[in-house]
Write a protein that binds this ligand. Structure first.
Ligand SMILES: Cc1cc2nc3c(=O)[nH]c(=O)nc-3n(C[C@H](O)[C@H](O)[C@H](O)COP(=O)(O)O)c2cc1C
Ligand code: SF4
Length: 498
């Protein structure tokens, strides 16, 4: 398809390309953590001292959930609290040899590991298998299985794509890796290319993270200048070429098939699967598409061994996980935590507890579960524990819900987010998010009552009938809220007689 209609179809999808976007001079964050922190109004008032109301736009999310006072101006993130300067974020770990937060060091030495594994691609893949590395983008799918599928695919041209879209409000771990450890991410992609036979890597980074885009571009340039991945050599390493693609403001582009459509210049609606990207991915070619943090683990695994990496976690959730702590914590910032660490340890010992009473933690983004404070002792930080107890680890961003924050407002926010970000391809999500928002807004703002049976049906339809985990995942935190905060929510609902 060519012509104006095709261009408009793609362009009209993105927030940054909307006509209304262009009149804005500054953007403040309206992500979940900024909402629950209660700091948004102060940010707005401060910006109003310099900008007109109609010059202030919104972005979800700027990835500063640990400070809750970020705004974006002239393509750079600034903070109200630090007098407009970027801040230094706290980063720590509960392991002696962190896999992710350790700096890369000298570039030639860091990449020499790739030369050590060339000619031993099968052994490298086996090491990834021994590690048991599971995708960090949410679903926890075994990384080596994707790599194997791409290896087995017969086509000549293959790709490696890194998902740096991190749209989940509350998570800023990928942002940090892209900004501070770009070579760990690029190394993981390069090594995946060497194993599968792919010669092209695409890093897709959301436009709300301008510093991440800049740092990754610089890192790619350094690789080209030092002759490591130039796109022109004759061996697997030097012939590898990286491309950096900047997103334009669309949460759904984090969903892997939407992301592929976005790179291809199509309207980024979600594709039906199968076929999965490992077999039919970018431009229809076999593609290992994985998350930033997933790729960033590869160097450690191939240097220290899959078993050493795995031993930092549990049997089914090996390794470590980056955890983002929001501004409610006494020690907000980023943690590299051994999988299986008690959630209580993460919250109270590593995070220093919260500065004010908190009744729930939304963990794993807008589609993650809502963990009431009363259940924190029942959870360890790993995929199984969260799934078993009816929650979702996801990206492991932790957003605190203060004791005095109305849960109905949180639910309204989650439906509003889904309505805005729905790609519109399937009815349960497109219509369900709009109807759910109407019901919740009516209840929260106009004293209307929600028919509980109707609401339950709506959640069931979204969960079972949606094509992807945006519409399909929203019911999880909503159901958690209905279960654990039934006393607080009962005034908004009616139940039918008999
Ligand atoms: C609505 C939606 C948003 C998503 N956003 C992201 C994202 O921002 N980053 C990410 O890595 N995965 C995201 N995912 C998951 C991807 O579709 C995909 O599973 C992941 O990138 C695969 O990488 P992994 O195996 O390393 O986790 C999202 C999925 C859905 C349904
Ligand atoms: S669930 Fe929502 S975002 Fe996903 S395909 Fe359906 S309409 Fe698109």
């Amino acid at each position: 398809m060519t012509g104006h209609a095709a261009v408009l179809s793609a362009a009209s999808f993105y927030d940054f390309l909307q006509p209304s976007h262009h009149g804005k001079k500054v953007f403040m964050c309206d992500g979940t953590a900024c909402l629950t922190s209660g700091k948004s109004e102060k940010v707005r008032q401060t910006l109003l001292e310099k900008y007109r109301e109609d010059e202030i736009g919104l972005m979800t999310c700027l990835g500063h959930c640990h400070s809750n006072d970020a705004f974006l101006v002239n393509g750079e993130i600034r903070l109200i609290g630090s007098g407009g300067q970027p801040e230094i974020m706290r980063v720590s770990s509960n392991t002696d040899m962190p896999a992710l937060i350790t700096p890369a060091g000298a570039i030639n030495e860091y990449y020499s590991l790739a030369y050590g594994w060339t000619g031993k691609e099968e052994e490298a893949l086996r090491e990834l298998e021994v590690s048991g590395l599971r995708g960090r983008g949410g679903a926890g799918f075994p990384f080596h299985v994707k790599v194997r599928s791409s290896c087995d695919a017969a086509y000549g041209k293959k790709y490696v794509v890194c998902n740096g879209d991190e749209g989940d409000p509350g998570a800023f771990s990928d942002k940090w890796l892209l900004e501070e450890r770009p070579h760990a991410v690029l190394f993981g992609m390069l090594m995946t290319g060497i194993i599968t036979g792919a010669d092209t890597g695409v890093v897709y980074i959301r436009g709300e993270y301008p510093l991440a885009v800049k740092r990754v571009r610089e890192a790619v340039r350094l690789l080209e200048e030092t002759g490591i991945a130039t796109g022109e050599g004759s061996d697997n390493i030097t012939r590898f070429r990286f491309h950096v693609v900047e997103g334009s403001g669309a949460y759904i582009c984090g969903e892997e098939t939407s992301l592929l459509n976005s790179i291809e210049g199509l309207r980024p609606e979600v594709r039906t699967r199968p076929p999965f990207p490992a077999v039919y991915g970018l431009f229809g070619k076999p593609t290992v598409l994985s998350n930033v943090e997933t790729f960033a683990n590869v160097h450690y695994i191939l240097e220290e061994g899959g078993a050493a990496w795995a031993s930092m976690g549990t049997e089914k959730s090996p390794g470590t996980k980056l955890v983002s702590l929001d501004g409610a914590f006494n020690r907000p910032g980023l943690l590299e935590v051994k999988m299986g660490t008690p959630l209580r340890t993460v919250i109270d010992d590593l995070g220093g507890g919260t500065r004010y009473p908190v009744k729930a933690f939304q963990i794993g983004g807008p589609l993650g579960g809502l963990v009431p404070s009363s259940r924190v002792d029942d959870l360890t930080l790993d995929f199984e524990s969260f799934a078993r107890e009816g929650f979702l680890l996801g990206h492991a961003g932790i957003v605190s819900v203060p004791a005095d924050f109305p849960i109905i407002k949180l639910l309204e926010h989650l439906f509003e987010f889904t309505k805005k970000e729905s790609c519109g391809k399937c009815f349960p999500c497109r219509l369900g998010s709009a109807r759910g928002l109407e019901l919740l807004s009516g209840a929260a703002g106009k004293g209307e009552k929600i028919d509980r049976e109707l609401f339950d049906d709506l959640l069931e339809t979204m969960q079972l009938g949606s094509l992807c985990a945006l519409g399909g995942g929203l019911p999880l935190p909503v159901k958690n809220a209905l279960q654990y905060f039934s006393d607080e929510l009962k005034e908004y609902f009616t139940t039918r007689e008999g």
